[in-house]
Write a protein that binds this ligand. Structure first.
Ligand SMILES: Cc1ncc(COP(=O)(O)O)c(C=O)c1O
Length: 441
């Protein structure tokens, strides 16, 4: 059998969330990484201004994390996740419980943000059922939310493009409106002053469906993937209070906001609220090995610990839950966060980061800028070719002409540099973005 690898070289790999044909016409290849840089196939050092996909919080190829993974691979390559365990999994769960808000003491491991969200949703259903409230099956998400690509996460997610090809999805999902309103908050730094009252819509939706039918509300504290949408001041507090009043669980999807992005281990701490479940992923292992999980409160855990001793209490799990390599990567990553004090460092840098990002206000085509923590959305005016064309061009030009990797969502550029970045690095990112914006049509 002959195989024409050359002809098929770029077509065999069907790339995720990628314009495959455009990529094949002009590939963007990354072959190495170090600190805040990527190294391209032609040897260029490109600034990674979005921490990969918001995961490389400690910077690339940190030696402590690399060594931990190398070492783990030679000791226990894989162990069965069901009915057996290894010491590292317990250590990691305990350390995460210590970082989490008080009361969130139990950790269920998965491998991706999508799996974490689906796990949390299944936990919510199982918990209500175990308490004799099995009619609580509906979920409430929010417009412009992103919760991954599983059927659960997609259903509560609020991105039309991610939903339109997939029919019914999970029945019974409803959505709060987005908190973003440019007419009221353009160019605000951090949490906008306006909009806490939008949380009251939760009460309307709960009343509409009746609380006895609602399992949980799923929200990102700061919506990340659709362009960094910080919550209005007081909004999350109000949302949590309404949910609690009706026995509706609150699931915080902290896949992006976890591990320092907002200056705390989890954003829940920034807002002084304790959700019932927190989903995390990405920054957990610094992106080095896939791993995610869900933090659950004691009430949920204890309620689920029922039935015969020889049967699983929760019929759910993944072959690679608490994988030894991922566990080693996560433990080492937590060491680095602690030793470099990266969460507090981010909190200390936030004001300067926000000011630096705001200097783009007078750059061509900028319609809004939303910085918070160490993440910032920069909306560009949509061009004549339609939504997404200008953002795509900006990403391409940044990579090929300015040695800058920046994530775009439609016409929004999202800057979220590794937490080890210096303010000078942020200024450099801004200057390269400005150079890109000058060239856009
Ligand atoms: C808030 C949030 N939830 C879930 C996910 C899905 O994570 P994954 O791509 O690891 O499945 C993402 C990914 O960006 C995310 O930002």
């Amino acid at each position: 059998m002959t195989q024409d690898f050359k002809a098929n070289e770029l077509r065999s790999y069907w790339m995720p969330f990628t314009a495959n044909r455009a990529f094949q016409a002009r590939p963007r290849m990354i072959e190495g990484a170090e600190g805040i840089h990527y190294i391209t196939d032609d040897g260029r050092r490109v600034i990674d201004s979005t921490s990969g996909l918001y995961c490389v919080n400690a910077g690339h190829c940190d030696p402590h994390i690399v060594d931990a993974i190398r070492q783990a691979a030679g000791v226990l390559d894989y162990g069965p996740a069901f009915q057996f365990a290894h010491q590292g999994a317990f250590e990691l769960a305990s350390r995460l419980a210590m970082l989490a808000p008080d009361g969130l003491d139990h950790v269920f491991f998965a491998n991706s943000g999508s799996e974490a969200v689906d796990t949390a949703m299944k936990l919510a259903l199982a918990y209500h059922k175990a308490r004799g409230e099995g009619s609580r099956t509906r979920f409430i998400g929010r417009e412009r939310g992103y919760h991954g690509v599983g059927f659960g996460g997609m259903a509560v997610g609020g991105i039309p493009g991610n939903r339109k090809a997939f029919g019914q999805q999970l029945p019974g999902a409803d959505h709060l409106r987005t908190t973003y309103d440019r007419t009221r908050q353009a160019f605000s730094i951090g949490e906008p002053e306006w909009g806490a009252e939008l949380a009251d819509e939760l009460e309307r939706i709960i009343t509409l469906h009746d609380a006895s039918n609602i399992a949980a509300i799923v929200v990102e504290p700061v919506a990340g993937s659709t362009g960094c949408l910080p919550p209005p001041k007081g909004y999350l507090e109000r949302l949590c209070a309404i949910a609690a009043k009706y026995g509706v669980l609150v699931i915080f999807d902290e896949v992006i906001t976890g591990f320092g992005r907002l200056g705390h281990a989890f954003a829940a701490e920034r807002y002084g609220v304790t959700p019932d479940l927190i989903c995390f992923a990405k920054g957990l292992t610094n992106g080095a090995v896939p791993m995610s999980g869900v933090l659950a409160g004691c009430g949920i855990y204890e309620t689920m610990m029922q039935g015969p001793q020889f049967l699983p209490e929760f019929y759910h799990g993944y072959t690679y839950s608490a994988h030894p390599l991922a566990t080693a990567a996560a433990l080492a990553t937590l060491d680095v966060y602690r030793d470099k004090d990266l969460f507090a460092r981010t909190a200390g840098m936030e004001a300067e980061f926000c000011e630096t990002m705001m200097t783009l206000k007078d750059a061509p085509l900028v319609a809004d800028i939303r910085p918070i923590g160490l993440i910032c959305g920069i909306d560009l005016e949509t061009g004549a070719q339609g939504i997404g064309a200008r953002g795509y061009e900006a990403m391409q030009r940044a990579f090929h002409e300015q040695d800058l990797y920046v994530r775009v969502a439609a016409d929004t550029m999202i800057v979220a540099p590794p937490l080890i970045s210096e303010i000078g690095d942020v200024a450099e990112i801004v200057s390269r973005i400005r150079a890109v914006l000058r060239t856009l049509r």
